[in-house]
Design a protein around this ligand. Structure first.
Ligand code: FES
Length: 151
């Protein structure tokens, strides 16, 4: 069963470095798994804990953030914030019985197309080994969830 499992992987890429690295990987015709869904963000520091958890809620089996090299974030310390948020998500996942390895932080500069492709290959293999994330996927709009007023 695990051999036929094709994980869904969400990748938050900062627009300055890692998205350019993904672009370069494409231009170099480097192969990386089609399991990757890239979301371009201004900076990995813009990715909130809730964005990562929502990706899992909506069906991702793994999520990684790919930002500029440490010390080279275009917003100075955004990728340091991202590192801390990824650490916190790992703790949250562990506390609810989900493997913390399902979330990761990588750093790829604009010239690191091959390394970006390798991150995609390695992470996809990691998630393939872990198997599908079993949870009840949310199909409801958050507006449909009843809220108790005054609770
Ligand atoms: Fe790339 Fe902040 S701009 S991680």
């Amino acid at each position: 069963m695990a051999e036929s499992f094709e994980p869904k992987i969400v990748v938050f890429c900062c627009q300055w470095c890692s998205y350019a690295a993904a672009d370069l990987a494409g231009s170099m015709r480097l192969q990386y798994p089609p399991n990757i869904r890239i979301i371009k963000v201004p900076c990995t520091g813009r990715v909130d804990i809730l964005h990562i958890l929502k990706a899992f809620e909506y069906g991702a089996d793994g999520v990684f953030l790919s930002g500029c090299l440490l010390g080279e974030c275009h917003y100075v310390e955004g990728n340091y914030w991202a590192v801390n948020r990824v650490k916190r998500v790992k703790k949250i996942l562990a506390s609810i019985g989900v493997e913390p390895e399902r979330v990761e932080m990588y750093f790829n500069s604009a010239g690191m197309g091959p390394q970006f492709a390798q991150c995609c290959i390695d992470f996809t293999e990691r998630i393939r080994r872990l198997g599908p994330l079993r949870h009840k996927k949310s199909t409801e709009s958050p507006d449909a969830i009843p809220v108790e007023v005054g609770a």
